[in-house]
Design a binder for this molecule. Structure first.
Ligand SMILES: [Zn+2]
Length: 547
């Protein structure tokens, strides 16, 4: 998803009007009787102190995952590393959930409530970038990199939950913590499968963490688009393109015709839509009529019915293109996401804790890097040259009557329609960037990211503690979920019962770059930080922008 969770959530969501029979739900917790408000305050202070003590571990994990730089479905080293730490700390790992080799759950504790804690772990193609350097300077030219900051959320969750686990053990608090990774989030390709396969069935609440440039949360429709990702494959007949072109049927012609029709159709679509495509196979060489060609689309809209309408329109055009070129067409769903809708009572609990935690203290070096990066990216936009966040953004909520203007998606949406969920944004990145590129990786293995993760871990740990010891929060959360959020809108998965996660996506790219990337994996035994390992002076800025 685009890194916009931190901005006030201002977009309205017009849901489909299907009635849902609300279930009743009462989480059982025995924690409440034994803990006084003063005791809760003391535990919170202790939690924050404990997370501060773990800053070295935080830095190591953030830097390590940054150095792995693995694309969706290929997060092999990342998952091995993270589950290794969790296993060492007494969590029970279930590897390969939903048939996805790099997906897992890590459970600790027992009884109610069951709190799921998630964050994405995949990165962005061609986003390789030296951290701490305020201009384009890849570690490996063309290689993937953490140009979305997904190297930071899972470390945040681990630090927060290890601190909380200590307190739960000592205070004998009932509750089960379930950590899980957003695998292949950039392909919107796994969370709907986790939901379909029952991994959120007995969960009482979910906290999802996402990199941002402020410490923030919100509730209601958060303005992320619903989306379905579909690859259309055409098959024709190869022939010598010069000697016998009349014997060939071009699959590439079909792809081009489909794209031409979609682009004409675009003129007549609602302004809330976003759709984009890449031609993943356009044939091999010009003198061979392409017998195979494929085009991959993301169809995005503000709600389920509108996404499905786009999907149907796409299929219709693909069929027509196949008919025009006398080729055969098949299509496959590679991912999907519901628009996100977050839980008010949990968000309000989180926001109180956010206020208690506050924003990190930025050093001169942090500020210099942020400003230089903003100037590099937006030389003519002084309003985007704001440096790092120094005031908390207000709690995000939809503005009544505002129209949906479209934007990125996150498959946390699917989970949010099945379990009361919130997203915690944490200030580990720089504002004013484009997202999904090398520049968004600059801060992600520097003290900016480390401090942002520490602040986020505190807010998260405090909020989960609240949910464990104040059962009324989850009671209210489910009331909101049943009576407000899902009153008129029923979750219908976009994937079918037989769709399978597209686990071989990105294999080829990772196979190409991994051997070279391995040489740059972080070695914490030898270097204090990844910056030190790469020999980067922090910050490194162009002389002209260092003012
Ligand atoms: Zn993201």
């Amino acid at each position: 998803m685009k890194n916009n969770i931190g901005s006030p959530l201002k977009k309205a969501f017009i849901g489909s009007m299907i009635f849902l029979v609300s279930g009743t739900f009462l989480p059982l917790s025995t924690n409440a009787q034994t803990i006084t408000p003063a005791k809760i305050d003391a535990l919170k202070t202790e939690l924050m102190g404990e997370i501060d003590k773990q800053q070295k571990m935080t830095q190591e994990m953030v830097d390590m995952v940054f150095s792995f730089g693995e694309l969706g479905f290929q997060e092999v080293e990342t998952s091995k590393y993270l589950t290794g730490i969790l296993k060492e700390n007494g969590f029970t790992i279930e590897q390969g959930i939903s048939g996805i080799p790099t997906a897992w759950t890590a459970k600790w504790g027992s009884g109610k409530p069951v709190i799921a804690i998630g964050s994405d772990i995949d990165c962005i193609p061609k986003a390789s970038q030296k951290p701490g350097v305020a201009y384009h300077d890849p570690i490996i030219e063309g290689a993937p990199g953490h140009g979305e900051g997904h190297n930071s959320g899972a470390p945040l969750n681990i630090v927060a939950m290890l601190a909380l686990k200590k307190i739960m053990q000592r205070e004998k608090l009932s509750g089960t913590l379930v950590l899980w990774p957003g695998v292949a989030e950039e392909q919107l390709a796994t969370k709907a499968y986790y939901v379909r396969d029952g991994y959120f069935k007995n969960v009482d609440a979910c906290i999802f963490t996402h990199v941002s440039n402020n410490l923030s949360t919100g509730y209601g429709p958060i303005g992320t688009s619903g989306m379905i990702s579909v690859k259309f494959n055409f098959e024709g007949e190869a022939a010598h393109a010069a000697a016998a072109p009349w014997k060939g049927r071009s699959a590439l012609d079909a792809v081009e015709l489909m794209n031409v029709s979609w682009n004409m159709h675009r003129e007549h679509m609602l302004t809330s839509q976003r759709s984009h495509y890449v031609i993943v196979d356009g044939g091999d060489q010009p003198n061979v009529v392409p017998s195979k060609a494929s085009v991959w689309y993301y169809f995005r809209e503000q709600d389920y019915p509108l996404v499905m309408k786009m999907y149907k329109d796409g299929i219709k055009m693909a069929e027509a293109a196949a008919s025009m070129t006398d080729t055969k067409m098949t299509y496959e769903v590679l991912g999907s996401a519901w628009p996100g809708y977050m839980n008010q009572p949990i968000a309000e609990t989180m926001y109180e804790n956010i206020k208690q935690v506050g924003l990190p203290t930025w050093s001169e070096a942090d500020k210099t890097l942020a400003l230089a990066t903003q100037i590099e990216l937006n030389p003519n936009a002084p309003d985007l040259q704001k440096g790092l966040a120094t005031t908390l953004s207000p709690i995000g909520k939809a503005v009544p009557g505002a129209s949906f203007s479209g934007g990125g998606s996150d498959d946390i949406g699917d989970i949010s329609w099945n379990v009361p969920t919130i997203v915690l944004g944490y200030p580990a990145n720089i504002s004013g960037l484009k997202g999904h590129d090398w520049a968004s990786a600059i801060a992600m293995a520097t003290p900016i990211a480390h401090k942002g993760v520490t602040a986020g871990a505190k807010a998260e740990a405090l909020t989960v503690l609240d949910m464990l010891v104040k059962p009324e929060i989850l009671k209210e959360a489910w009331k909101y979920f049943n009576d407000v959020q899902t009153k008129d809108v029923k979750y219908t998965p976009m994937i079918s019962k037989t769709d399978k996660p597209a686990v071989s996506l990105n294999k080829k790219i990772m196979n190409e770059y991994r051997p070279e990337m391995t040489k740059f994996y972080y070695n914490p035994a030898k270097y204090k930080t990844y910056l030190e390992q790469l020999g980067i002076k922090y910050p490194t800025v162009r002389p002209a922008s260092n003012k």
